[in-house]
Design a protein around this ligand. Structure first.
Ligand code: NDP
Length: 240
């Protein structure tokens, strides 16, 4: 039987593509979501992948849900921390709530889930963790101090945990996507998007599949020498 994988925010956008790609490659997948119940229902109907509803920023909810998935599918050996939100504004217009929501959903969630799985991964002597960062965590972005800080934090979290996991065959890597054609990016005003695309050397937005391919590469059983790295998948927009 295939290894069990959890993809947070796994029912829409990039996460949905990661969930489907994992399933197509023999993994047993649990997809998490939070707000969009209809999208999750449709996702499960179309893919046959079970969807679990909880808020990844809430430690207690993560704990209950990890237990439930473990009961349903078995111990989770692959964790893809993909769930993320934006609450954009320049700092002088940003409320504390906008800061807190983004930091907790995008960054604290990585702590919550990795913390809840690390002991089992250590005992089993196997684990693959992939954290989805962002080009905007590498380069910064106007109007996104909250998002850039959270995503930049993911890159530091990845490198520190990679050192701790290495001796137990637990690899921890990050992917920093550039602009990928999902609802998150479709929310950007068209004029701004046009300017963004003009700065991407390959001349197009990324596709969810471009990111899913990176995840597959990093979680392979024989990818055990790749840890603590950040894979930039951005069409050449930012070389880090
Ligand atoms: P989407 O907005 O399309 O999907 C976000 C997913 O995260 C949804 O499944 C959503 O669930 C889930 N989610 C949001 N908040 C929570 C929460 N509190 N608890 C559990 N699940 C939650 O985003 P993308 O697919 O575009 O982005 C995926 C990841 O990639 C994010 O981390 C994003 O920051 C990152 N990224 C995206 C880029 C892009 O260009 N699209 C560029 C760089 C990074 P629900 O469906 O229930 O709302």
């Amino acid at each position: 039987m295939g290894r069990v994988a959890l993809v947070t925010g796994g029912t829409r956008g990039i996460g949905r593509c990661i969930s489907e790609t994992l399933k197509a490659n023999g993994y047993r997948v649990a997809a998490n979501y939070f707000g969009n119940v209809e999208a999750a229902r449709q996702f499960t109907e179309e893919t046959g992948i079970p969807a679990y509803r909880w808020d990844v920023s809430n430690y207690a909810e993560c704990e209950t849900s990890v237990q439930k998935i473990t009961q349903d599918l078995g111990p989770i050996e692959i964790l893809v921390n993909n769930a993320g939100i934006t609450r954009d504004a320049t700092l002088h217009r940003m409320s504390y709530q906008m800061w807190e929501e983004v930091i907790h959903t995008n960054l604290t969630s990585c702590f919550n889930l990795a913390r809840l799985m690390i002991e089992s991964m250590r005992e089993r002597g196997f684990g693959r963790i992939v954290n989805i960062g962002s080009i905007n965590g590498q380069a910064g972005q106007y109007g996104q101090v909250n998002y850039a800080a959270a995503k930049s934090g993911i890159h530091g979290f990845t490198k520190a945990l990679a050192q701790e996991g290495a001796a137990k065959n637990i690899t921890v890597n990050a992917i920093a996507p550039g602009y990928v054609d999902t609802e998150m990016v479709r929310a950007v005003p068209p004029a701004v998007l046009e300017k963004i695309i003009a700065k991407i050397p390959v001349g197009r937005l990324g596709r969810a599949d471009d990111i899913a391919r990176g995840v597959m590469f990093l979680i392979a059983d024989n990818a055990d020498f790749i840890t603590g790295s950040t894979m930039s998948i951005n069409g050449g927009q930012h070389m880090y």
